[in-house]
Design a protein around this ligand. Structure first.
Ligand SMILES: [Zn+2]
Length: 199
């Protein structure tokens, strides 16, 4: 295995090019099909790995630390991300609990785990075991990750319920916001660049 390769292949038409030197905000496009073949990397691999590990820590926080506090008749109730799925499972739309758990727990946990694994090997200039299927799985999972939708819902409920109940955002809500941004940033921009890196 060698790194870095001087040749990059257009993923759309398989044309081969010498790796261009790109400045900040620059990207290179394929002369044959116009597809993007290279972008300037926003983060170094070390930075991407550090942010992936941070995302893993944030994931643990949102699973076990309350996202919201609600005070009803003097009693304070808290809700974590996990509680949202469990509460749905006990209600009349129990099947929705599976969908919510998949989109807000299973998919983000898989994304964060696989990104950390891939960036950890990329740091050593290697492709991780299972590189190809994990990169394809991450691309397929991206539309199913709906933490930001959950975040929006939590914010709307804080505003809407504040007139009737005492609703307070908790530490988990801030961790959820950070986690959503980390996953979107890492999975959307820097991760696909690994195809051109380690071989
Ligand atoms: Zn092309």
């Amino acid at each position: 295995m060698s790194y870095p390769s001087d040749i990059i292949i257009c993923e759309y038409c398989d044309s081969a090019y010498h790796r261009p030197q790109l400045a900040r905000n620059q990207k290179a496009t394929c002369q044959r099909c116009g597809g993007i073949i290279a972008r300037h990397r926003m983060l170094s691999i070390d930075q991407a790995l550090a942010l992936s590990v941070t995302a893993a820590l944030m994931m643990a926080v949102v699973c076990f630390v309350p996202v919201l506090f609600i005070r009803v008749q003097g009693q304070v109730h808290s809700a974590t991300l996990l509680d949202a799925s469990l509460a749905l499972a006990q209600g009349p739309i129990g099947l929705m609990a599976l969908t919510v758990a998949f989109a807000t727990l299973t998919v983000p946990i898989l994304q964060v785990s696989m990104m950390t694994w891939l960036f950890a090997f990329a740091r050593k200039h290697q492709r991780a075991p299972g590189f190809r299927w994990q990169m394809r799985a991450l691309e397929a999972l991206r539309p199913w990750s709906m933490l930001e939708v959950f975040l929006l819902g939590a914010l709307v409920s804080v505003v809407k319920l504040s007139g009737r109940l005492d609703v307070f955002p908790a530490v988990g809500l801030f961790a959820l916001a950070a986690l959503s941004m980390l996953i979107i940033g890492l999975a959307g921009r820097d991760l696909p660049l690994l195809w051109n890196d380690a071989r």
